[in-house]
Every structure is written in structure tokens, then in C-alpha cells.
Ligand binder design. Structure first.
Ligand code: UD1
Ligand code: CA
Length: 450
């Protein structure tokens, strides 16, 4: 049995934010959710200690079987663990994690848990060039762990130690319960330090085993916005590496952002400064040009998304091209071999196979058939000030440039609309419909002069 305890009650003053620290995000996911996801595959129960912004923190987590524990006053990490009364079982291994150490991997936690079975108590440490701020691991001449001394409480000699406490530990439930009840606040901060249980365990003849983590970034704590940005880059670089090894071409992994999950087929290529958000799926041979934002989209085989396009909650068919500078808003479905060109906005519409909207148009609340041509500057006037109305354009229709279609309206199959028309009534199939005044020329007219 593995009982996880995640400490997440602190405000995180150094973030200088109204938001609780653990709600800040890396890769579009909160720090705390990262920790939950790392421990979830290993644990039998997850206890999370919350305090600041407790309700918001609770609601942010996507996992329903969490035992939430409220720590009203933040009197230290030891005090936080003391609040978890029912969540600690004598026979289980307790794994303690910090909500502000988000990049910890499931694998490292597993190694620590396995090691803790040897003596009942294991800590995860790391060696840093600059250990300032962290608790130091104090060992005796035989290298056995004796205590953890917080930076603020360490004398000059102890401050030179560069093996530090990551905060992550694995300990048998019965031992944890016994030692946290013995904590006392005799330190510079007047807090109950969880780390003091190390010294207490040693005096109880328990040998503390330690696992030295070789990946420093996994155990970095996020205390300010600088570290948040640093962790974001580390996370994105790792994701890019994983995706590239699965076959995705990424032009520059240092300019790649995926805030969610990305599934892709063979020979897809992603150019610089593309941001993926949410759940995205690319078919085979999809090209994404620079500066696109792709959010919750499904994009078919051989599709090309040209530069500076935004696609959100939509489906793009195969062999279809989008952009440059196109905006595909939610609930849009574009068929196969279709084309959405530059400066085109599409919202909540379906566009059939082989249809084209190549330039400067707005298509909203519309259903467009196959082989339709929408010329430059066409606008579906879907909003009458109160309601959104539908435009239906049937297969093979041709809408001339600079036309306004006042919805609700239907343009019939193979109908043609003359350029510059304002169409207010349904246009019949197979005919030319236009609304244009006859052109006239005025003789003897003089342009005003300054
Ligand atoms: C802690 C460790 C230090 C370690 C460092 C690693 C202690 C005493 N010190 O220091 O040895 O090197 O982490 O990052 O444990 N929290 C609560 N309730 C509280 C206090 C803290 O839930 O009353 C939570 C915080 O929200 C945070 C975590 O515990 O997620 C760590 O607290 P923090 O104040 O950041 O501890 P550090 O000073 O970083
Ligand atoms: Ca910290």
C-alpha cells in the first residue's frame, strides 16, 4: 500500500500573485496536477494538504478520489503532515511530495519507494552547485544520514554542504506517525519542520537510506516566476524530445510549446513558435507553418496550416489548406481538399469537400456544401442584434466578391451570386441572382479642388 501526501497549503509569497502557488501552470497544467499525475500510477491513496485558496485548489484537480486535508494555519511542513490523521496507514509506505516540486517523475518516486523498503525510511537528495535556501543533508564520517538542517538554521560549516533535501521522502506509515508527533518548533522560523523527523528517527536507531537524484530539474522547487519560466522550458524541451523520438519533425525544439497532448501520424512537421493547447490530433504528413495556435483540433492527412493561423475546437479535413492568417473558431468542420485562405474567419460552420474560401471573408453559423466558391470579401451576416441566424449554401454555388448574405438565407445548388450583392432572400438553384444598381456615368461632373 502506498499513501501519498502532497503538501500544498502555502501561499507562495515569492510568486507575488493573488493565486495560490500550486495553481500556477507549466505546460498548461497546474503545478499540483503535475505532482498528482506523477504519483497517481503508484499510489493507493492521495492526501493533499491545502490551506491558501483551498476551494480553488480543490476544484482545480482532475482526480476524484483525493482525500483533501485542510491546514488552517501554515505552521510548517511537519504541522502540515500532522493534519493528515486518517490518511496514514501503519503498514503502508507514505510518500511525501511537495506541490511546488512539479517535475518529479513517476520513475524517480518508484525508485525511492523501492529503496525505502530496505530500512523503512528513505529521502531523496540532490547535489547542487548553489545549495542556498535548501535544507542540507548532514552525514556522519561513515556517510550515514544524521539530520536535515534548514538553511536558516545552518552554521557556516553546514551551509557549505551541497547535498540538499528535495523534500521528497518515503517512510513506513507507523514510523511517520510516531515521529511527527514528537516534532517541536525549536528553530529560527518557529515552525514544525517535517525534516526534523530524520534526526528523531536516527536517535530511534532507524537507518535512513538516501537516493541521490541525478536529474536536478526533476526536483527543482518553484518559488518565484523566474523558476516557473525555467521549469516551463525544461518541461517543453523534454516534451519536444519525446515527440521527436516518436517521429515528429520539430524545426526548433526551443521554440516549441505543447500545453496538453499531441497525437500525430508519420511525417508531420511543426515549424517555429507553434503553440498546441489541449488535445490535438494530426494525421499523416501534416505541415504546420510558423506562429500557429492549434487548440483541441483534429487535422487530416496532408493538410497544410499556413503561418499565423489559429484553429480552435475544430476539424480540418485531409489535403485541405488553411491560412496564412486564418482564424478557425470553435465548432467548425472543414472537409477534404478544401481551402481556407488568408484573413478568413470561420465560426461554427461546416465547409464541404473541395470548397474554397480563399480571401478576406467571414463565415459564421453556416453550412456550405461541396465545390462551393466563396470569392473575396464575402460576409455571412449571421447576427441581427439579438439572434444568430443560419446561412445555407448548397453544392456548387458561386458567391461573387464583396457579397453580404443576410441570414437566415439559403443559396441553392449551383446558384451564382453576382459580385457586390446584398442578398436578403433565398437565391434559387442554377440561376444568377444579384442585387446591384445599374452603373451610370455623370458627364460634366467636376471633382472639388482645394
Ligand atoms: C522545504 C524543506 C527543505 C527542502 C525544500 C525543498 C522543510 C522544513 N524544509 O523548504 O529542507 O530543501 O523544501 O524544496 O520541510 N507547506 C504546507 N504547509 C506549511 C508549510 C509548507 O503545506 O505549513 C507546503 C508548501 O505549500 C510547499 C511545501 O510545503 O508546497 C514546501 O514548503 P516551503 O515553505 O516551500 O518549504 P521550503 O522552505 O522550500
Ligand atoms: Ca519550496
Amino acid at each position: 500500500m502506498i499513501d501519498a501526501i502532497i503538501l500544498a497549503a502555502g501561499q507562495g509569497t515569492r510568486m507575488k500573485s493573488n493565486k495560490a502557488k500550486v495553481l500556477h501552470q507549466i505546460g498548461g497544467k497546474s503545478l499540483l496536477q503535475h505532482v498528482v499525475d506523477a504519483i497517481n500510477p503508484l499510489s493507493t491513496s492521495i492526501n493533499i494538504v491545502i490551506g491558501n485558496e483551498a476551494e480553488l485548489v480543490k476544484n482545480s484537480i482532475n482526480n476524484h478520489s483525493i482525500n483533501w486535508v485542510v491546514q488552517k494555519k501554515q505552521l510548517g511542513t511537519g504541522h502540515a503532515v500532522q493534519q493528515v490523521k486518517t490518511g496514514i496507514n501503519n503498514k503502508s509506505t507514505c510518500i511525501i511530495l511537495y506541490g511546488d516540486v512539479p517535475l518529479i517523475s513517476t520513475n524517480t518516486i518508484k525508485l525511492l519507494i523501492d529503496q525505502s523498503h530496505l530500512t523503512g525510511f528513505s529521502i531523496l537528495s540532490v547535489t547542487l552547485d548553489d545549495p542556498s535556501g535548501y535544507g542540507r543533508i548532514v552525514r556522519d564520517k561513515n556517510k550515514r544520514v544524521q539530520a536535515i538542517i534548514e538553511h536558516k538554521d545552518a552554521d557556516d560549516d553546514k551551509q557549505k554542504i551541497n547535498e540538499i533535501n528535495t523534500g521528497i521522502m518515503a517512510i513506513r506509515g507507523s514510523l511517520l506517525k510516531k515521529y511527527i508527533s514528537q516534532l517541536e518548533p525549536n528553530n529560527k522560523q518557529g515552525e514544525l519542520y517535517l525534516t526534523d523527523i530524520v534526526e528523531i528517527a536516527v536517535s530511534d536507531n532507524v537507518t535512513i537510506s538516501s537516493l541521490v537524484c541525478d536529474n536536478v530539474s526533476e526536483v527543482m522547487g518553484i518559488n518565484n516566476k523566474n523558476q516557473l519560466a525555467e521549469a516551463e522550458r525544461i518541461y517543453q524541451q523534454k516534451q519536444a524530445n519525446d515527440l521527436m523520438s516518436m517521429g515528429l519533425t520539430i524545426k526548433d525544439p526551443s521554440r516549441f510549446d505543447c500545453r496538453g497532448n499531441l497525437i500525430f501520424g508519420k511525417d508531420c512537421s511543426v515549424d517555429v513558435n507553434v503553440v498546441f493547447e489541449g488535445e490535438n490530433e494530426l494525421g499523416e504528413n501534416v505541415l504546420i507553418a510558423p506562429n500557429c495556435i492549434i487548440k483541441n483540433a483534429k487535422i487530416g492527412n496532408h493538410a497544410e496550416i499556413n503561418a499565423n493561423s489559429i484553429i480552435e475546437n475544430s476539424i480540418i479535413g485531409s489535403h485541405t489548406t488553411v491560412g496564412p492568417f486564418a482564424r478557425i473558431r470553435p465548432e467548425t468542420e472543414v472537409g477534404n481538399h478544401a481551402r481556407i485562405g488568408n484573413f478568413v474567419e470561420v465560426k461554427k460552420s461546416t465547409i464541404g469537400d473541395k470548397s474554397k474560401v480563399p480571401h478576406l471573408s467571414y463565415v459564421g453559423d453556416s453550412s456550405i456544401g461541396q465545390d462551393v466558391n466563396i470569392s473575396a470579401g464575402v460576409i455571412t451576416c449571421n447576427y441581427d442584434g439579438a439572434n444568430k441566424n443560419q446561412t445555407i449554401i448548397e453544392d456548387g454555388a458561386f458567391i461573387g466578391s464583396d457579397t453580404q448574405l443576410i441570414a437566415p438565407i439559403t443559396v441553392g445548388k449551383n446558384a451564382t451570386i453576382g459580385a457586390g450583392s446584398t442578398i436578403t432572400q433565398d437565391a434559387p438553384s442554377d440561376k444568377l441572382t444579384l442585387s446591384r444598381k445599374k452603373q451610370k456615368t455623370i458627364d460634366h461632373w467636376q471633382r472639388k479642388k482645394k
